[in-house]
Design a protein around this ligand. Structure first.
Ligand SMILES: [Zn+2]
Length: 387
């Protein structure tokens, strides 16, 4: 059964509790029930915006959909047909989405005014909003757009949603993705923008609090912007601020020195790594000069963590100090990472044999082979002793 549902959210975007009559309730194949009411304040998923969340007589509403003007509520428990039920919307989530959606209209309206760009994509999920414009913006233009959008917030401009008659609609200038001539809901941000839209909005721009463009990328010849407004922008600010404070307090510096202090730490890390590599190279030389080749003339070294350059250098140095093969095996989670070098023996075939006998992968030339082995030290030593 399909019927037109009265949209309570259409007239009052701040109606969070309502009563309605259950017209139908059908079990769904995938589980749960599909409930149609005579009227609802639940905004269904549409136009890129996720549906409202909340309850009907205490039963959780998991999704809300609209088709042919009939709104269906997906719920976890059945509701009695004919009964009057009390609906409650998750007001915090709805208000956050209204802050974001009106914020999006302001940015899109300004981008249209300043650069003639159209909004060609919109996604408003739970905690995230993206909007796509069909033209590119420079970083400076993005900063200017964000500032101007916030000036609209500070002016506390009135936001209206109404259905103009056909005559008014004909003369009205508004942004729209559809070419409709009647029944068009126009959302106006006084002095800034008029746009065809079916979603609930705040009643004045001051309610948005703040508009923050948190990220922007070039996308399909235009721009994709990640924008947060109001509650979600504050949550984002708090999370980033807490992170910065954690870092800067650890280093006993001020929050604005976070880049400076992490750059400095990075430099220190790079020079410490270089010093460690130099020390390991020296140690490798000492180990090579102190080592005695086995009966076959091979030198095998079993090491812990070591960077790949030092490992290759050690295998190379060791090959000069023995008549067979020098192998350097660095321990990993599942076995060893190896490099073998020889001045006298062709290694390519050996690499293949190691792969078969020692669960290895890798390759190389007759002069040098490298890869990984899934074997123990004892197995590797036995393999080389039997060569
Ligand atoms: Zn809209």
């Amino acid at each position: 059964m399909s019927s037109v549902t009265e949209k309570l959210y259409d007239k009052d975007s701040e109606l969070f509790c309502f009563e309605a009559v259950v017209l139908s309730c059908e079990a769904r194949e995938k589980g749960g029930y599909a409930v149609v009411l005579d009227r609802t304040a639940f905004f269904p998923e549409s136009g890129g915006q996720y549906a409202d969340r909340g309850t009907l007589d205490g039963v959780t509403v998991t999704d809300v959909r609209i088709k042919d003007e009939c709104i269906t509520h997906l719920v976890e428990q059945p509701l009695a047909v004919g009964a009057t039920v009390r609906g409650e919307i998750d007001a915090e989530l709805r208000l956050a989405k209204m802050q974001c959606h009106t914020g999006e209209h302001i940015i899109s309206g300004l981008a249209h005014k300043r650069y003639g760009y159209e909004n060609v994509g919109f996604h408003l999920g739970n905690g995230e909003m993206t909007m796509d414009l069909d033209g590119e913006l420079s970083p400076e233009q993005i900063v200017a757009l964000e500032r101007e959008a916030n000036e609209v917030v500070w002016k506390n401009a009135v936001v209206r949603a109404e259905y103009p008659d056909a005559e008014t609609l004909r003369t009205l200038e508004y942004r729209s993705k559809l070419d409709l001539t009647s029944g068009v809901r126009i959302v106006t941000v006084e002095g800034v923008d008029a746009c065809a839209c079916c979603a609930p909005h705040v009643k004045s721009t001051g309610e948005i609090g703040v508009i923050k463009i948190v990220d922007a990328i070039r996308y399909k010849g235009g721009m994709r912007l990640w924008v947060l407004c109001g509650r979600w922008a504050l949550e984002d600010y708090k999370s980033k601020h807490d992170n910065i404070l954690t870092i800067t307090r650890r280093h006993s510096v001020k929050p604005w020195q976070v880049v400076e202090v992490t750059d400095k730490q990075n430099d220190e890390l790079l020079s410490a790594r270089a010093a460690l590599s130099a020390a390991r190279r020296e140690l490798a030389e000492v180990k090579i000069s102190a080592a005695t080749p086995d009966g076959q003339g091979n030198l095998l070294f079993f090491e812990g963590e070591m960077d790949a350059n030092v490992q290759r250098g050690m295998a190379d140095g060791g090959a000069n100090a023995c008549r067979g093969i020098c192998g350097v095996f660095c321990e990993t989670e599942n076995g060893y990472r190896y490099v073998c070098v020889s001045r006298s023996l062709p290694l390519r075939a050996l690499g293949k044999q190691m792969g078969e006998d020692l669960g290895g992968r890798g390759g190389g030339t007759d002069a040098i082979i490298q890869g990984t082995l899934g074997a123990t030290r004892e197995q590797i030593e036995a393999f080389f002793a039997a060569l």
